[in-house]
Each structure stands twice: as structure tokens, then as C-alpha cells.
Ligand binder design. Structure first.
Ligand SMILES: Cc1cc2nc3c(=O)[nH]c(=O)nc-3n(C[C@H](O)[C@H](O)[C@H](O)COP(=O)(O)OP(=O)(O)OC[C@H]3O[C@@H](n4cnc5c(N)ncnc54)[C@H](O)[C@@H]3O)c2cc1C
Ligand code: SF4
Length: 564
């Protein structure tokens, strides 16, 4: 193994959180920073040629290569875990920018009470209402602690939104840009929801409504509504991505170097401190990168796996694995065209009336809830072809084909995203049997839905069907009840937990500044630090927390002095 020259900071992972940390530390201190990213370099120019639905969206061009590394899965400890041979439930990113290159850009803040979920739920409904086997816990910070960093993150990305949303915690500043345009389907949804007494509002988004210059002087253009956001990089740079928002600044910093094609295998420690990381280069060479400060930013599953493989941890590593309750929903058929080929990854209207604790649960048999939305991502032709109304009984042949062609632009769906609370039975550990291409153990997921999620799903389905009918659809077809957690059908890439934060080392892996309790020169970034899921998409909260941690490192006496 070749030992490289010492660096002040080594960052594992060049996605949203890793590159944001590199930009913050690199531009505000003179520390030398090395970012190690397992995938290849990426830049906006290459996306102009990348609008191939088959290659990118269906054959997962930008995702982690499962032939090299995957996870194993089982629903419960009684089941046998098996390797996931094709990603389905979530799409781990790979390459500079991480999953932040091919995300949708929906950027809500979390409900204020999620950070104190245990306290808030117990105070309002009593301990008895907490589901059996739950492992809900507070985060060790409050919404107010994070609020200034939410604002900074929104300004960095130019988030487009309604500055007076009907729900959510207080805001210290308006959104930097107005909401993006809505589609015809979104307008039908909004009018119907309002007619039922709900409070629809545009989903805040990182897909710009107008040209925007951020506080770093980075300029990005407005969205063109081409519909190729999710699973693609934006060809014009309207969707905030690490490569178009952070890299223009990082490229000018002499103290930040980025090494792609470098797979980190272990964080090394001595006498309770991290000494650096070992990694494999593109040609299989092994290196040791010594560093005064190690920052782990390789996304939820990889963060957890690397801590376990490095044998750094306490009994809490791997706990509180959560996803997002994506089950309820309905397909709607209309007797008029919707022009749904146009859209954007975040051109949604959201109804939050049944989310979080925004409604009274006293007479209900579940806690928390879900938001309902009108996804208008732009219906790309391959993946969105084939829905037919229920009166068409055949599922192949000329009748079906005729109906599917007719329905393509006359159908759409209402979706929802529900809160997934943490349970003792849902966790991650290292698989005792299966290994990756380097011979390291795969991460094993043990995950299933419980009663609370099923009940949220049933409750929300009724609301969704009501909205669908009020929209004037000729047919409203429910997705049906939530079945067992299935790792093959796509939900979202919003997986949380494994290295959770908290106020005490007894119950968490990192402290409220995301510093490892046992290894003080190791920080962990990303949604792996969330004690539970909050129905909403996580990335704005990941970025806000990264900014808060960067401020703590820069202000901390424990941080290595420049060029130490
Ligand atoms: C299709 C899709 C749509 C999405 N839409 C939304 C949305 O609308 N809103 C939202 O909030 N979120 C969305 N997300 C999720 C969002 O992309 C992630 O929350 C975000 O990218 C997480 O940032 P991160 O830095 O933790 O991880 P990433 O951005 O994924 O970066 C992690 C990086 O670490 C690298 N890495 C991993 N292991 C190693 C290793 N051992 N050595 C070196 N490098 C390593 C990876 O290659 C990757 O580049 C979406 C994701 C997908 C896939
Ligand atoms: S819909 Fe807008 S943000 Fe998305 S890829 Fe197209 S231009 Fe970019």
C-alpha cells in the first residue's frame, strides 16, 4: 500500500454533502482538502447528449454498478437475506455529484416538530400512542437551530417556492425565486384540492423558475420543462446539481483536490482518533491517505457500511433504518389531453393537510401522516406508456394497444409520501455471506412496513380518491393497500438512518454537530444521521446540516490549524 502525503481533511464521497463541505472548508479556511469519489468526473456539457430514456432512466446509466457492489435484503431476521441484483427500491448515485446529479430537485423543509418527535408526540398523545417496537428519538437539535442554515441552503440553490406556505416552521427569509410554472394537470389538482377545503401549495424546488445568481456568484438559467430531470443531469443547468452549483467554486480553489475513481474501503484509527483512509485506485492500486480530519459523506448506506467495515462504532451503528411510505396513490383517466410530456422534476402541487401532526390524531389509530401531490415530472414515452382505464379488460393485443395510445396523454397519477417512523426491527448490518468485487462484506438491510404505515396509507388513499374525483377524472383507480416492503419497486432514494445523531452517546452515533461520539476527528454527513424519516424529501435538510457542521468545524478549536 502506498502512503500519500498528509492532508488536513479527507472527504469520502463527492456528492451533495461531500462537495458542499469541500466548498465551505476550502473557501473559508486554508486547510488542504482531498475529496475521494469512487465514480468518474461529470460536467453539465455531457448531459446535452444524455437525454436517452432507455440508457439513463431504464438502464440506470448514472447509478451504482450492482455487479461491483450491492446490498442484501430481507424483511425480517427470520428471512434469508439475498443480494439485490438490480436496483429497484432506491438508486444510489455514483460519480462526481452523486445522486445529486440525477435527482428531481424537490426541496421542502422538514416539519418543525420532526426534530423533537418523541417529545412532541408523547406530550400531545401520551406514551401509549407510540407504536410497538418503535425506536423514535429526538435529534438533539431543533428546527430553530437549523433554520438559518435552511435559509443559506435555499439561497445557494436558488430554491423556487411560495414564501408563505400554509404549513411549516417559521422562515427568516423568503425563497430566493418565485414558484415554477405548474402543468395543466397540476392546475386541475390544485383547484380540486382547494374545492375540498385543503391548502394546496407549490412544492419548493431546485429547478429554477428564473435565471438566478447565488451568493457565490454562480449563475444558472430557468427550467425549460423538458421533463428529463429524474435519472438525468440537466442539460442547461437549471436544476441545481453539485457539478453546476458547487464545482464552479471548487474548481477555483487551489486547496481542494478531487480524486475520482477512488473507492474508500476503510477509515483507520489509532488511540481513539482517525488517522486517514485506505482506498483502491482505478487500476486496483491500494493507497493510504493520512488526514487530520476525516469526513464521511458517501450517502446513507455507504456511510453505515464504511463505519461497520472500519469497526468504528458503538451499538447504535446501523439502527433506525427508514425509507419513505410510497404506496398510496391513484391513476386518473380523463377524456381530454393533459400535455403531460411537459414537466419538471419538481413541478408539483402539494397538499400537506394530512402530513406530520398538522391534523388531530386523537381519534385515529396511527400517528403522523403523508403529503399528497400531483407529480408532473414530464411523462417520458417508454416508462409512461401502457396505463389503460379499468373498462379495458385485455392487457395485450390491438385493443389494448389502441387504448394505451389513447390513454397516454389522458392519464396521470396522484402520489403521496408518508412518514416512516423508526423501529427496532428495521436496521443495517454487515452480511455474513455476500461480498463485493473487492472481497468486502455487503451491507444487509432488514426492513419491513409496520401497522402505522399501513394505516397512514389507507387513510391517505381515501383523500387521494376524493381529490381525483373532484378533478373530473372519468376513472380513478387506487393503487391499493400497502403490501410488505419490497426492495424491487422504486419508491424514492430517500433512505435514512444507520449513523443517527442525538444528544447522547447512549442512543446515537454522532453528536448534534455530526461529530462521531467516540472518534472526535471524524464527522458523518447526510441522511444516515436522521433518526427518522420526515415524509418530505431529505436533501435540503442534508445541505442545511452540512452547512451547520461546516460552521462548527470552522469555529472549532478542535479543527486542525491550516496546513497542520
Ligand atoms: C432519481 C432520484 C431522485 C431524487 N429526487 C430527490 C428530490 O426530489 N429531493 C430530494 O431531496 N432528494 C432527492 N433525491 C435524493 C438525493 O439525490 C440525495 O438525498 C442526495 O444526493 C444525498 O446526498 P449525499 O451527499 O448524502 O449522497 P450522494 O449525493 O449520493 O453522494 C455520495 C457520493 O459518495 C460516493 N461514494 C459512495 N461510497 C464511496 C466510497 N466507498 N468511496 C468513495 N466514494 C464513495 C458515491 O459515488 C456518491 O458520488 C433523489 C435521488 C434519486 C436517485
Ligand atoms: S425539466 Fe428543467 S430542470 Fe429538469 S432537466 Fe429539463 S430544463 Fe433541467
Amino acid at each position: 500500500m502506498t502512503t500519500l502525503p498528509q492532508t488536513d481533511v479527507v472527504i469520502i464521497g463527492g456528492g451533495w454533502s461531500g462537495l458542499l463541505m469541500a466548498k465551505e472548508l476550502g473557501s473559508k479556511t486554508s486547510m488542504n482538502i482531498t475529496v475521494l469519489e469512487r465514480g468518474r468526473h461529470r460536467k453539465t456539457a455531457e448531459y446535452i447528449e444524455g437525454m436517452d430514456e432507455l440508457d439513463y432512466a431504464l438502464r440506470y446509466r448514472m447509478m451504482q454498478d450492482v455487479a461491483k457492489e450491492t446490498v442484501t435484503f430481507r424483511n425480517t431476521i427470520k428471512d434469508k437475506s439475498l443480494p439485490v441484483r438490480q436496483f429497484g427500491g432506491f438508486f444510489p448515485g455514483d460519480g462526481l455529484g452523486g445522486a445529486g446529479e440525477h435527482w428531481n430537485g424537490q426541496t421542502p423543509r422538514f416539519p418543525a416538530d420532526i426534530f423533537e418527535l418523541l417529545k412532541a408526540t408523547t406530550e400531545r398523545y401520551g406514551k401509549k400512542r407510540l407504536p410497538e417496537n418503535h425506536s423514535i428519538q429526538d435529534w438533539g437539535i431543533t428546527y430553530n437551530d437549523l433554520e438559518p442554515y435552511y435559509t443559506k441552503a435555499e439561497q445557494l440553490l436558488g430554491i423556487s417556492g411560495d414564501s408563505h406556505p400554509p404549513f411549516g416552521g417559521p422562515r427568516s427569509a423568503p425563497y430566493p425565486t418565485p414558484p415554477i410554472k405548474q402543468t395543466y394537470f397540476g392546475k386541475l389538482f390544485e383547484d380540486a384540492a382547494r374545492s375540498l377545503g385543503y391548502h394546496p401549495h407549490p412544492t419548493p424546488c431546485a429547478n429554477l423558475s428564473q435565471t438566478f445568481r447565488n451568493p457565490d456568484g454562480v449563475i444558472r438559467p430557468a427550467c425549460q420543462y423538458c421533463g428529463f430531470c429524474e435519472r438525468f443531469g440537466c442539460m442547461v443547468g437549471a436544476k441545481a446539481q453539485p457539478t453546476n452549483t458547487l464545482m464552479p467554486v471548487i474548481n477555483k480553489l487551489k486547496n481542494v483536490s478531487i480524486r475520482t475513481n477512488t473507492q474508500v474501503r476503510q477509515i483507520l484509527t489509532k488511540d481513539g482518533k482517525a488517522t486517514g483512509v485506505s482506498f483502491v485506485g482505478a487500476k486496483g492500486q491500494e493507497f493510504f491517505q493520512p488526514a487530520a480530519l476525516v469526513i464521511l459523506a458517501s450517502w446513507t448506506l455507504n456511510n453505515t457500511r464504511l463505519l461497520l467495515m472500519s469497526r468504528i462504532g458503538n451499538h447504535n451503528t446501523g439502527r433506525n433504518l427508514t425509507h419513505q411510505v410510497i404506496g398510496a396513490g391513484a391513476t386518473l383517466f380523463f377524456d381530454k389531453p393533459l400535455n403531460r410530456f411537459m414537466g419538471s422534476g419538481s413541478a408539483n402541487i402539494t397538499v400537506s393537510d394530512f402530513d406530520a401532526d398538522y391534523f388531530d390524531h386523537s381519534n385515529l389509530d396511527f400517528i403522523r401522516g403523508a403529503y399528497i401531490s400531483s407529480p408532473s415530472y414530464g411523462a417520458r414515452p417508454i416508462a409512461n406508456f401502457g396505463a389503460v382505464p379499468p373498462n379495458i379488460k385485455s392487457n395485450w393485443g390491438s385493443d389494448w394497444k389502441k387504448a394505451a395510445i389513447e390513454a397516454y396523454d389522458r392519464s396521470s397519477r396522484i402520489g403521496c409520501s408518508g412518514e416512516h417512523i423508526a423501529y427496532k426491527t428495521n436496521f443495517m448490518d454487515l452480511d455474513p455471506t455476500y461480498q463485493d468485487h473487492l472481497g468486502d462484506p455487503l451491507l444487509r438491510l432488514t426492513l419491513d412496513w409496520n401497522d402505522n404505515e399501513t394505516k397512514i396509507n389507507n387513510f391517505i388513499t381515501e383523500k387521494i380518491l376524493g381529490i381525483g374525483r373532484a378533478m373530473g377524472a372519468t376513472h380513478v383507480v387506487s393503487n391499493g393497500p400497502l403490501k410488505r416492503y419490497d426492495v424491487m419497486s422504486y419508491k424514492t432514494t430517500h433512505v435514512q438512518g444507520g449513523t443517527i445523531m442525538g444528544a447522547s452517546p447512549e442512543t446515537s452515533v454522532v453528536n448534534p454537530n455530526l461529530q462521531h461520539w467516540q472518534v472526535p476527528n471524524l464527522y458523518v454527513l447526510g441522511a444516515s444521521t436522521f433518526p427518522q424519516n420526515a415524509s418530505g424529501n431529505p436533501t435540503l435538510t442534508v445541505l442545511a446540516q452540512t452547512l451547520r457542521t461546516a460552521a462548527a468545524i470552522i469555529g472549532s478549536k478542535a479543527a486542525p490549524s491550516p496546513n497542520a
